[in-house]
Design a protein around this ligand. Structure first.
Ligand SMILES: NC(=O)C1=CN([C@@H]2O[C@H](COP(=O)(O)OP(=O)(O)OC[C@H]3O[C@@H](n4cnc5c(N)ncnc54)[C@H](O)[C@@H]3O)[C@@H](O)[C@H]2O)C=CC1
Ligand SMILES: O=C(O)[C@@H]1CCC=N1
Length: 268
């Protein structure tokens, strides 16, 4: 197999590191190219044993998959590099936010099968939650699904649902990290040192994640198990105000979704 990545930044590296660690591909089956971070991809070559190249003929020759992993704004330049070299056998996989299948096919000047995947950087630890959608001519999906499942879970969606997935899980972990950051800052206000606040928050998050994974019970049951009648948690939860926080999160998710829709209309 040959998988070529155009772009080797945060998202692409989380994917190929996840795939290599899970041994679904060998490092020598991966080809990387980039624009900005030349030293970084030479580091990946050195550390992981992947191939690195800037010659598009070499990159695209006999490729089974080409992964589009630049920012959407850089896609026109990436398309210029790929267009004259794409072979009939090559399936196109895009992780770019917003960029529609028909835009990808038009820019590449090809009708090759295209899948859009919206992963997240938890791919690095094989825990991405990714959405996937396909062009109608994308046959033989099992191999791609196996590749994508090597670094996490996937849900298949219609293309117009990709805006929601992008907000919910593509950007979603950043929203959760932001809440953890704010939680740690509040602990400092409570009187903990910065080091203590980070240590407490980090272990709270790890423990909560493991409870979600291993207990098999719902978020609300987990919460209720902590909440004593007229106790400290109840007092805190009343102050937290469930509806208020839901409103903030809905506004957050809608802002991310709207931005994905703007990108799809070419509003850079
Ligand atoms: N970072 C994340 O959590 C997620 C990112 N994505 C998508 O992944 C894509 C990449 O995002 P990041 O990895 O965060 O960005 P990044 O800035 O870390 O990496 C972008 C990469 O694209 C390369 N690039 C730019 N122009 C190029 C060109 N003409 N030829 C070859 N390579 C080129 C850069 O050199 C760099 O390696 C974006 O489209 C984003 O929407 C999707 C889901 C999550
Ligand atoms: O912020 C972004 O646009 C990308 C897409 C999802 C996560 N990061």
């Amino acid at each position: 197999m040959k998988i070529t990545f155009y772009g080797a930044g945060n998202m692409a590296s989380a994917i190929f590191i996840g795939m290599i660690e899970n041994q679904v591909v060998k490092p020598e089956e991966i080809f990387l190219t980039s624009k900005s971070n030349k030293e970084k991809i030479l580091f990946f070559k050195e550390k992981l044993g992947v191939n690195v190249a800037w010659d598009d003929k070499e990159l695209m020759e006999d490729a089974d998959y080409v992964i589009l992993a630049s920012k959407p704004q850089n896609f026109p330049e990436v398309a210029d590099r790929i267009r004259d070299h794409i072979e009939e056998k090559t399936k196109v996989i895009s992780v770019m936010a917003g960029t529609q299948i028909n835009t990808i096919q038009t820019e590449l000047g090809t009708n090759n099968p295209v899948a859009r995947v919206m992963p997240n950087t938890n791919a690095m630890v094989q825990h991405s939650m990714s959405g996937i959608t396909y062009s109608s001519n994308f046959k033989d999906r099992d191999e791609l699904v196996e590749l994508m499942e090597s670094y996490g879970k996937i849900v298949e969606v219609e293309e117009d649902e990709m805006h929601n997935i992008t907000a919910a899980t593509g950007s979603g972990s950043a929203f959760l990290y932001y809440i953890y950051e704010k939680y740690a800052e509040s602990l400092i206000e409570l009187g903990f040192s910065e080091q203590q606040a980070m240590f407490l928050t980090k272990n709270l998050v790890i423990g909560a994640g493991k409870m979600v994974e291993e207990s098999g019970i719902t978020f609300s049951e987990l919460r209720k198990n902590i909440t004593s009648k007229n106790g400290t948690t109840e007092a805190g939860l009343e102050a937290l105000d469930g509806d208020g926080i839901r409103k903030i999160l809905t506004t957050t998710l809608n802002a991310a979704k709207n931005r994905s829709e703007e990108i799809s209309r070419g509003e850079n």
